[in-house]
Design a protein around this ligand. Structure first.
Ligand code: ADP
Ligand code: ASP
Ligand code: MG
Length: 425
């Protein structure tokens, strides 16, 4: 029996009952002979509540203090979980990210893990303990400041520890039974996926399927750590995310042509209006954005009107970076020479993901037909080898997701997908 890393999300430890339920599950794994490392998130919507609180105190809190505040959420749950486990007669020790050796760069609010030195975790395990680690946090290598890894970052902590400790598997416990063909909160007829390749899961995660964080899947692929996504509320098998298809009976699970439909309403669109249509303009716009350390997603440039020689450039970015991006562009306005900026945060993105797209020319047409039949207007389009995404009005997203899901034959004809907990926030 080897070492397993189990990660429990906020909805699994939302209250005292949840913590006690999860503690039992962890003890079961230990009794089965595993060495167990647990990564835990903040209880319920604690992180959102801490963010709301910070915003009431200061509109632009300093990154350092903001991270210090947010890591408090995970400290609460790790200590309570260790207490609950001890109450069941087993020994457990809790560790902050810093104590667990999660070393990051110094970009507050979205730090990257650059090294993991889990010496204290190893010692705790060797002494027979269950080790509980606070997710989503680390310590910066240069300044030794406390950092956070960005929303949903506990997934990344779990995979990073699994890699550093050479775990057999990284189990991600959440409030649904696995990765589905669409978000079960939006599509009741979504189907659970038994196995999905890293490549497809990366695209789903990047397109907004927050059941797994993109960075966590990237990390797992790099170190070849199989992930098992499952519910902490049921005993069912979940979804395996790995390179190699899993075995079912005497045959391997086949790669689906279409893996699923993802949606994302966390982005906004900025349009730079009246940009001179000459070389270097796009470069200076996106240099200003990059210098502000903002990641962008889609980019579209309109054909310039021949009479004016001016064009518009639109791009999407996380809503949370909207203000910073507008400020950065306003500052560079004279140098770049555009007319004005438009900001729109009422947009949504819908993506269809599947390895079959590479070889199946009907997919794109079918996707647009489904959207048009549902009366959904498309504002931006982008594609990769195995994904096609569109931007629409945010209000249209649920209907559009359901329409595409049905059009590609993904609807299940059996049970409705179960959502066990969480508020979907
Ligand atoms: P946790 O608190 O456990 O980290 P999250 O809220 O981050 O949980 O992620 C689980 C949620 O992800 C589900 O409740 C579901 O609403 C959402 N989700 C989005 N897309 C999918 C998908 N394709 N399959 C499963 N869940 C999805
Ligand atoms: N508590 C953090 C968040 O809500 C990290 C996580 O849950 O993964 O984003
Ligand atoms: Mg999550």
């Amino acid at each position: 029996m080897g070492l397993v890393v189990q990660k429990y999300g906020g909805s699994s430890v939302a209250d005292a009952e949840g913590i006690k339920r999860v503690a039992k599950r962890i003890v079961e794994a230990k009794k089965n002979g595993h060495q167990v490392v647990v990564v835990v998130s903040a209880m319920g919507d604690t992180t959102d509540e801490l963010i709301d609180l910070a915003e009431q105190v200061s509109p632009m809190p300093s990154g350092r203090e903001f991270d210090m505040l947010l890591t408090a959420g995970e400290r609460i749950s790790m200590a309570l979980l260790a207490m609950a486990i001890k109450n069941l007669g087993h020994s457990a020790q809790s560790f902050t990210g810093s104590q667990a050796g999660v070393i990051t760069d110094s970009v507050h609010n979205k730090a990257r893990i650059i090294d993991v030195t889990p010496g204290r975790i190893r010692t705790a395990l060797d002494e027979g303990n269950i080790a509980i680690v606070a997710g989503f946090q680390g310590v910066s290598q240069d300044k030794k400041d406390i950092t956070t890894l960005g929303r949903g970052g506990s997934d990344t902590t779990a995979v990073a520890l699994a890699a550093a400790l050479d775990a057999e598997v990284c189990e991600i416990y959440t409030d649904v039974d696995g990765v589905f063909t669409a978000d079960p909160r939006v599509v009741k007829k979504a189907r659970k996926i038994d196995w999905i390749a890293f490549e497809d899961m990366l695209e789903l995660a990047a397109s907004g399927s927050k059941v797994l964080l993109h960075r966590c899947v990237e990390y797992a692929r790099r170190y070849n750590i199989p992930i098992h996504v499952r519910s902490s509320f049921s005993g069912l098998q979940g979804t395996w995310v790995s390179n190699e298809p899993i075995q079912q009976g005497d045959r391997k699970v086949e790669q689906a042509i279409i893996s699923g439909v993802a949606h994302d309403t966390s982005e906004a669109k900025i349009t730079v209006v009246g940009v001179p249509d000459k070389p270097g303009e796009a470069a200076s716009i996106f240099r200003a954005i990059a210098d502000a350390e903002i990641n962008i997603d889609m980019v579209v440039q309109n054909v310039s009107a021949a009479s004016t020689g001016l064009t518009d450039i639109s791009f999407t970015l996380p809503k949370t970076e909207g203000r910073k991006a507008i400020d950065a562009l306003e500052k560079a306005k004279t140098a770049i020479g555009f007319d004005s900026l438009r900001y729109d945060d009422q947009i949504g993105k819908i993506s269809l993901v599947g390895a079959g797209m590479k070889t199946n020319p009907g997919v794109t047409a079918g996707f647009f037909e489904a959207l048009s039949d549902a009366g959904v207007n498309i504002e931006l389009i982008s594609t990769s080898e195995i994904r096609i995404s569109v931007v629409t009005r945010a209000d249209d997203v649920p209907e559009a997701v359901r329409a595409v899901h049905t059009a590609f034959g993904l609807d299940s004809d059996s049970d409705e997908a179960v959502v066990y907990g969480g508020t979907g926030r």
